[in-house]
Structures are given as structure tokens and as C-alpha cells.
Design a binder for this molecule. Structure first.
Ligand code: PMP
Length: 443
């Protein structure tokens, strides 16, 4: 085991990667916003449970009973972690994307959804796909106050009948900026709308309290919360969920299934949380999420956030010292944000820059449009990208940005190595030239 100066041990610090310049270095994972490494604690918990797992809600055997208890206790742990209200449902899904699609499928007929165009595609695209619902995208705001104003105006202008839903992010996956969730929730409710919080980038960094924020639902993914892939959560108001058609049809979601007199199916669906969890559930995924919730709560978000602010300050100061690097943001330099920073480098192709960080320094970052094309297009143009290159509809997006993101497993050395690498690359240029091969940028 490699010892690092991070508050919570994560997997992966042993991984060494070859450098194109020769030799190898410990890998610096600076792409937590895409997927965070699993906490050692989560891995240990899952390993300890692995010999005991059995099917959930399906067996009389001891291990099935144990797994059912574990699954339901995991649900209770997540409800507590999120500060859910009595009566709220916690549905285990596959991911944030899955959670928001589930909610979209469960909307009452006639619902109009409002979302800012700056959202991640997972929070932009599920809405309005049903013929009996509609979606309005709002301009990306330039201040948190503008976001609240714009929402107020859009809701006030809508016809006053019919259900409405607002979908907002808690922290942007592009800029890391925090959104005024409490104020947006108040605006939504003042106009009789409901609100769902995309907390994919928020829960790894801050305590989220559904009741206190007064949001109706919250969605997040396990793999960004230091747990493995394949499990996510949709938590919140039970009424719309329990009245809706089941998201998936199959075993576990039904109370009774019979063949009617004319050979037709006669199905009675559960009106509990099981309604939207058809099929054998991902008990390991749910347990891993619950384990991560417990570990983060025990470590204390205040303490974790304090250290994150220090690392973020170091990263921002380092980037500010490199000429030609432009950090992209909606709300401006001083806006509060989590450990996610995106930037462009004058005169550099972002893919080449990211490839050089990997090949020459063993640093893993992300480059691209981060599944937020409307936002990236606008911010790239504003920061010197050529409009034509930024992916007009129908074109392959050529220009892109670079994103550095970190979390509770990040040692200072990773941040310092990145800042030094960025400075060297900008000053000296890459020692190698980079080209695109099979969609990947390689030396
Ligand atoms: N919303 C935000 C803000 C995200 O960052 C992501 C993942 N990049 C998602 C939603 C989608 O998460 P997943 O891919 O786990 O469904």
C-alpha cells in the first residue's frame, strides 16, 4: 500500500504508468468528476460482504435474508445521508442518467420541464421525449442571481395550469461552480413547480440535505461518490413516482400477475418503492454507495471541504501563474466552486495538451465537451475558440477544453505535479508531437 497525504484512502495510488520520455511514475488521477476512485473503505466493506451475498427479496435462505436486510439498510443509510423527509422514496437506479430518465418517465401527463442549457446532457435530454410532456431550455445565466431571476420569469410566463418541473445542477461538471439551489427551489415552489437536483457533482464534495434545500428529488451516481459503477440513486417525493407506470416492467415490481378471461394480462403493480426496481437489484452497488455515505459522513464534510478549498486555491493560483491558460466559468473567478476546474490554453489543441500531460507526466485529466455541448460551445467561443470549430450542430466538435478535478483521495503532490507540468508544457512546448489515432490522442 502506498501512503499518501489524503484524508481518506482510495484505490489506485499503487498504479504506476510509463512515460514516453522513459521510466514510470505513480499515476495522478485528476479526473474525479468523471469517475472517482473507490474508497479503500468501500472496497473493504464490499469484499467482506461478497461471500455472503444472495438474491434480494426473493429467497427464504439465510443469505437471501441477509442480502435483503443489507439492501434495505443501504436504502435507509442513503435516506439519512441525503436528509430525506419522512415518506420520501429512495430508488436505487443505475446512475444519475438513469435516475433522471426514470423521473422523466414518471412525470404526470402534461408536465412542462425547465432546465438551463448549461446542464449536463443527462439533465437536459431526458425531458420532453414523451409526446405528453414538454421542455423549455433557459439561457445559461452569468450570475447565480440571474439564474433565479430567469427561472422566476420563465415560470411566471408559463400558463398557470398543469404540472411543472425544474431541473438544476448542484455543482457544474464543467466549471465546478455551485448553483443557488435553495433559491431556485423557492422560486419553483412559489410558482407551483417541483424541482429535481442533479447532485452528481455535489454529493462528493458537500453534505446535501433534501429537506433543508427543499428540493423535491435528488439524483446522483455511485461512481462519482467513491463507489463502483452501476448504481445510482433517485430520492424524493413518493407521490408522482408511485402513481406512474413502472419504469421497467418485470419481476419484483408486481404484486400479482394473472391471465385474464380473454387471455389478457392482469397485472397489479406494487405501490411502494419496489414499483420502479423491477429485476434483481444491484445489492453490491447499493451497499457500496451506503458504505461511501457512511465513510464521508464519518470523515466530516466540513473537514473534507476545508482541505479541498486549500487544494483548489493552490491549483487556481498555479494556473493563474501560467500565461495563456484561461479558466472558463459562468459566474466569474470568485464564485464558490468544488474541486473541478476547466480551462483552455492559447495556441494549444486541448486534446494534445491532455495527451502530453498523460504521456509526459503520468497525469490523467479529461478533455472534450464534457457532455455539456451548449455550455461548452458558448464558453469556448468566449475564450478565443473559433465558433466554427466549436461544433456547430451537425459538425464534429473540433475545439474542446481540459478539465482537472479532484477529491478526498488527492494528495498535494498530484496538484503540484499538474501545475508544474502545465507550466513546462506552455513554456517549452511538448517534447513530442501528438496526433489522433482511433479517436485517441497519442504521441
Ligand atoms: N450530471 C452531472 C452534473 C454529471 O457530471 C454527470 C456525469 N458526468 C451526470 C449527470 C451523469 O452521470 P452518469 O454518467 O453517472 O449517469
Amino acid at each position: 500500500t502506498v501512503t499518501v497525504d489524503a484524508p481518506l484512502p482510495v484505490l489506485g495510488h499503487e498504479v504506476r504508468v510509463p512515460l514516453v520520455t522513459g521510466g514510470e511514475v505513480p499515476y495522478a488521477a485528476l479526473d474525479y468528476a468523471a469517475s472517482a476512485p473507490a474508497l479503500q473503505r468501500v472496497w473493504d466493506d464490499v469484499a467482506a460482504y461478497a461471500p455472503y451475498y444472495g438474491s434480494v427479496h426473493r429467497g427464504a435462505g439465510h443469505l437471501s435474508q441477509l442480502s435483503t436486510d443489507l439492501f434495505e439498510n443501504s436504502r435507509a443509510t442513503v435516506a439519512e445521508f441525503l436528509g430525506c423527509r419522512p415518506g420520501d422514496d429512495v430508488v436505487f437506479t443505475r446512475s444519475t442518467t438513469d435516475s433522471l430518465n426514470l423521473l422523466a418517465a414518471a412525470l404526470p401527463s402534461g408536465t412542462r420541464v425547465f432546465a438551463f442549457e448549461s446542464e449536463h446532457h443527462a439533465a437536459l435530454l431526458p425531458w420532453g421525449r414523451r409526446a405528453d410532456t414538454a421542455v423549455t431550455w433557459l439561457d445559461a445565466p452569468r450570475t447565480p442571481e440571474q439564474a433565479v431571476d430567469a427561472l422566476e420569469r420563465a415560470l411566471a410566463a408559463r400558463e398557470l395550469h398543469g404540472p411543472a418541473l425544474v431541473c438544476v445542477t448542484g455543482a457544474s461538471n464543467v466549471t465546478g461552480e455551485l448553483w443557488p439551489v435553495r433559491e431556485l427551489a423557492a422560486a419553483a415552489h412559489a410558482h407551483g413547480a417541483r424541482i429535481v437536483l442533479d447532485a452528481a457533482q455535489l454529493v462528493p464534495h458537500q453534505a446535501v440535505d433534501v429537506a433543508e434545500l427543499d428540493v423535491d428529488w435528488v439524483a446522483f451516481s455511485g461512481h462519482k461518490l467513491y463507489a463502483p459503477f452501476g448504481a445510482g440513486v433517485l430520492a424524493g417525493r413518493a407521490d408522482w413516482l408511485r402513481r406512474a407506470e413502472p419504469y421497467l416492467a418485470g419481476g419484483g415490481a408486481t404484486r400479482s400477475v394473472a391471465r385474464g378471461a380473454a387471455g389478457e394480462p392482469v397485472v397489479e403493480w406494487h405501490d411502494t418503492v419496489a414499483r420502479h426496481e423491477a429485476g434483481s437489484p444491484n445489492v453490491i452497488g447499493a451497499y457500496a454507495i451506503a458504505s461511501a455515505c457512511r465513510a464521508l459522513t464519518a470523515a466530516g464534510f466540513e473537514r473534507l471541504a476545508e482541505r479541498e478549498r486549500v487544494l483548489l486555491g493552490r491549483l487556481r493560483a498555479g494556473l493563474a501563474g501560467v500565461p495563456g491558460i484561461r479558466v472558463i466559468s459562468l459566474f466569474g473567478d470568485d464564485a464558490p466552486r468544488v474541486g473541478v476546474v476547466s480551462f483552455v490554453v492559447d495556441g494549444w489543441n486541448s486534446s494534445h495538451f491532455a495527451a502530453a500531460l498523460s504521456a509526459e507526466y503520468g497525469i490523467g485529466v479529461r478533455d472534450g465537451l464534457f457532455c455539456a455541448h451548449p455550455l461548452l460551445r458558448a464558453l469556448l467561443v468566449e475564450n478565443g475558440g473559433a465558433a466554427g470549430e466549436c461544433g456547430a450542430p451537425g459538425e464534429a466538435p473540433a475545439a474542446s477544453a481540459i478539465r482537472v478535478s479532484f477529491g478526498v483521495g488527492t494528495p498535494e503532490e498530484h496538484i503540484d505535479r499538474f501545475v508544474r507540468a502545465a507550466g513546462e508544457l506552455v513554456r517549452d512546448g511538448a517534447r513530442w508531437s501528438y496526433r489522433t489515432e482511433g479517436g485517441r490522442c497519442v504521441p
